[in-house]
Write a protein that binds this ligand. Structure first.
Ligand code: AMP
Length: 279
């Protein structure tokens, strides 16, 4: 059975209120891939009703970013979600989400000043605001999010705790293509040649793990080696950082459980990736 597509906030709220079982929610910007679908599968396992939102949120794009080009294909997304027996797709318009005279924003301090927050001012304010709205509309018991966007997950967990949202936020593993590239809707922008160059992101993260496993724990040395590997391609590094996974603050020495994160431009496409350092 195809999922029911709900476009109105009032209708979605009414549906949510009427549910007796647990609601699992997966917020997305659409153009779904196996990374998104892994979240939906987890939601199916843990909940009675699954709601997926598809909304390209203008508030999280900067003025020179790819809002108007962002890939969209609702029919394809609906078919993929029907295969997984998703119950509802919340698919609102911009007018529905940000009517004229919209004035309220939610922001989280500190965690949003670092990493992607430095190069994308206001991005996280857009994310925290839309997720607050979506949680008030869908009223989920669980919300499933990917570790692909590790900083986003940390920011939203902080917001959930600080603002006492009743929703449990569940982080799910990053899903990669067979060749190691982190799955992303933005991979569609890459030419075949750029796709090959983009493999340097994952390779550099694997290098960081290998160096740590071989006994090197100095962040500066590891970042320098990663930088060299990426600079062999045409990739332009936005940042490479090694951080404490909770505070997202840079650390001088790696430890088991820390995170290595990076953002790199391949042509005009900005890609992000990260890895948890293990033994
Ligand atoms: P987006 O549509 O890019 O806003 O992503 C929607 C959700 O899917 C977010 O929670 C992302 O972290 C998650 N996601 C995107 N790509 C991946 C991936 N490769 N693996 C796991 N989760 C992902």
């Amino acid at each position: 059975m195809k999922p029911v597509i709900v476009r109105s906030i009032a209708e979605m709220q009414k549906i949510s209120r009427q549910q007796i079982g647990k609601i699992g929610f997966v917020p997305t910007m659409g153009y779904l891939h196996d990374g998104h679908l892994s979240l939906v599968k987890e939601a199916k396992k843990r909940s009675d009703i699954v709601v997926v939102s598809i909304y390209v949120n203008p508030a999280q794009f900067g003025p020179s970013e790819d809002l108007s080009n962002y890939p969209r294909d609702l029919n394809r997304d609906v078919d993929l979600l029907a295969d997984l027996r998703v119950n509802y797709i919340f698919f609102p318009s911009n007018e529905e989400m940000y009517p004229d005279n919209y004035k309220t924003w939610v922001s989280v301090e500190d965690l949003t000043d670092v990493l992607c927050g430095k190069s994308r001012p206001n991005h996280f304010r857009g994310v925290t605001t839309i997720v607050t709205k979506l949680m008030n509309i869908v009223n989920p018991d669980f919300m499933f999010m990917g570790e692909k966007d590790f900083q986003q997950l940390a920011v939203l967990k902080q917001m959930g705790n600080d603002l006492n949202f009743p929703t449990e936020i569940i982080g799910c593993p990053l899903i990669r293509e067979e060749d190691g590239l982190a799955m992303s809707s933005r991979n569609k922008y890459l030419s075949e040649e750029q796709h090959k160059q983009a493999l340097a992101l994952n390779k550099s993260l694997i290098l960081a793990q290998k160096l740590f496993s071989s006994g090197i724990d100095n962040s500066e040395i590891i970042i320098e080696r990663m930088r060299k590997l990426i600079e062999h391609t045409d990739g332009k590094i936005d940042y490479i950082e090694i951080v404490d996974p909770d505070s997202l603050q840079s650390i001088d020495k790696l430890f088991k459980g820390c995170r290595v994160l990076l953002a790199v431009y391949i042509g005009k496409t900005r890609l992000i990736d990260n890895i948890e350092i293990t033994d």
